[in-house]
Ligand binder design. Sequence first.
Ligand SMILES: Cc1cc2nc3c(=O)[nH]c(=O)nc-3n(C[C@H](O)[C@H](O)[C@H](O)COP(=O)(O)O)c2cc1C
Length: 212
Amino acid sequence: MELQNERKVYQSNELMEAHVGNNPFPLFTQWFDAFRALQTDDATAMTLATAGQKGPSARIVLLKNYSTEGFEFFTQYTSIKGQDIDKDPRVSLLFFWRELERQVSIQGTAVRLTDQENDEYFYTRPIESQAGAMASHQSHPVASREALLDSYTTLLEGCIERGRGIRPASWGGYRIVPTAFEFWQGRPGRLHDRLYYTLSEDNTWSFIRLAP
Ligand SMILES: Cc1cc2nc3c(=O)[nH]c(=O)nc-3n(C[C@H](O)[C@H](O)[C@H](O)COP(=O)(O)O)c2cc1C
C-alpha cells in the first residue's frame, strides 16, 4: 500500500522554553489535563515497551495513578511484560495525544507496588473484573474461549457468594520511576519542538532542546 502522499501539517500548538520549568511533572500534568479535557476515549492509555529475552515488545496499559514518585499501572506479574521486567526493569512509556499533536515519551525503572497497594486497588474493581483477573493467566496459552469462560463463570459465582474476589498473588501493579521525559509538539515544516528532560545524580531535573 502506497502511503507516501499521506501528509499532515502539525500547527496547533508550540512548546517553548520560556513556558516550561526545569521539572517535567508540571508540564506532564498540563498536557495530560489538556488531553483529558477533550474527553476522548482511553485518555489514560499508554504504550509500555519492555526489553525481554526474546527481544523488545510493546503493548497498551492503562495509567491508574501518577505523582512525582512515578506512573502506575496494573497487570499480571507472570505475563510477558512481567517476565521482561523481572529480567530488565528499564522500560519506556509512550503517550500519543493525536488531537493535540503531542507525544510524551518516558524512560524509567519499573518497581512492583506493595501487596497492600495491590489489594487497595484490586478490591475497588468491579467483581466481574476481579473474577476475570482470577480466571486469566495473562499471556499463557488457553485451550479455548469456552474453557476460559467456564473457569471465569465458576470463579465469578464464588466471588458473588463471597461478596468479593481473591486477588491472585500474580496480579498487581508497577510504578515506573522516571529517569527521562521527552515532550514532542508537532510544528509546521516538520520543525517539531522536542524538549528532553533528564534527572541528574543530585536528583534535579534539567532539559535541553533536541532537533526534530
Ligand atoms: C485500551 C487497552 C487497555 C489495556 N489495559 C491493560 C492494563 O491496564 N493492564 C494489562 O495488563 N493489560 C492491558 N491491556 C492489554 C495489553 O495491551 C496486553 O495485551 C496484555 O497486558 C498482555 O501483554 P504481554 O503479553 O505483553 O504481557 C490493554 C489493552 C488495551 C488495548
